[in-house]
Design a protein around this ligand. Structure first.
Ligand code: KMH
Ligand code: ZN
Length: 305
């Protein structure tokens, strides 16, 4: 008998795989595979793209491998990643715990495809990750003005209410699609459990999509729960340094490969970068720039000739 029942792939399509390769909280000296130079970042991005990633969530490091929000470095990373990969380039506006709001806003000047927008204040281990409402509004408005697609970072259930309030007061995000990333298992945030994931996913507005990442040992339970609930996956050394109990992660590619195989088992294989852009409402800024550059060159040629 033919099996005509819709399967998970019919219901939810493929899986968006985001890699978060670096983060701001782990020291290079504590975890040498962490990509911190531009060259290491691009190498990791390329390998992760080959393994199935379609989005890269980027935190920058300075020459001493310390977290930085330097706009020049951010711009260089955006340009280098666009030149070498087709990944959707998402810059973190979260930075490191304690980073000042003004510097976090300036990250948008680097002209990324997408940027993270954390939806509220949360205890973050021993620190406090501060995201005041007026700051969230400013980030959101600037992203709307500049055509930068936000990814709403949700660390706790109430933050979904803050996201809904942004949408309600200021209208849809650039690109028109709402995509949230559930960051679970942060000490102080929502736990990395299937129950918490279902509660958060159920609170999202109709038509929204979500990815999920489980920090530390919650990585696998969160990944399985996200796939079962029709969600997408974020993996990487920003969130996970242990591959299995007592076994350190080799590198970001290993985590993307594992996520891609889980997605394949769920009959929801990784989305291509083209499919990811379509889903998120991200326009290809490289294409726009190429067209603009071509038009400028043609106009200059016309003027000279
Ligand atoms: N480093 C965390 C305190 C983001 O990238 O937008 C915040 C963070 C969120 O990683
Ligand atoms: Zn981040």
């Amino acid at each position: 008998m033919l099996d005509m029942a819709p399967g998970p792939s019919d219901m939810a399509g493929g899986t968006l795989l985001t890699v978060a390769p670096t983060g701001a909280e782990t020291a290079k000296s504590d975890f040498p595979p962490l990509p911190v130079t531009l060259e290491e970042l691009v190498d990791a991005a390329l390998a992760c793209e080959r393994a199935g990633a379609s989005v890269i969530h980027v935190h920058l490091r300075d020459d001493a491998a310390e977290p930085t929000l330097d706009v020049g470095r951010a711009r260089a990373a955006v340009v280098a990643l666009r030149e070498s990969t087709d990944l959707v380039v998402q810059l973190s506006t979260g930075g490191a715990v304690g980073d000042p709001e003004a510097a976090r806003l300036l990250v948008l000047d680097a002209d990324p495809d997408s940027a993270s927008l954390s939806c509220g204040t949360v205890n973050f281990g021993d620190g406090v990750f501060l995201n005041r409402w007026p700051f969230m509004v400013e980030l959101y408005r600037r992203m709307q003005e500049r055509g930068i697609v936000p990814e709403f970072e949700i660390f706790d259930l109430g933050q979904i209410d803050a996201m809904l309030r942004l949408l309600d007061r200021f209208g849809p995000p650039s690109g028109g699609h709402v995509h949230a990333d559930l960051v679970m298992g942060v000490p102080g945030g929502m736990p990395g459990t299937a129950a918490a994931l279902i509660a958060a996913a159920s609170a999202l507005p109709a038509g929204a999509t979500f990815s999920a990442t489980g920090v530390g040992r919650t990585a696998l339970p969160v990944a399985f729960a996200a796939l079962a609930a029709g969600g997408h996956l974020r993996v990487g050394c920003e969130d996970t340094l242990s591959f299995a109990p007592g076994v350190a992660v080799r590198d970001n590619t290993q985590l993307v490969e594992r996520a891609a195989s889980l997605a394949g088992l769920a009959q929801r294989p990784p989305l291509s970068t083209v499919e990811a852009r379509a889903m998120l409402g991200v326009t290809d800024r490289r294409g726009a720039r190429r067209v603009a550059a071509g038009e400028a060159a043609a106009a200059a040629g016309g003027e000279q000739g």
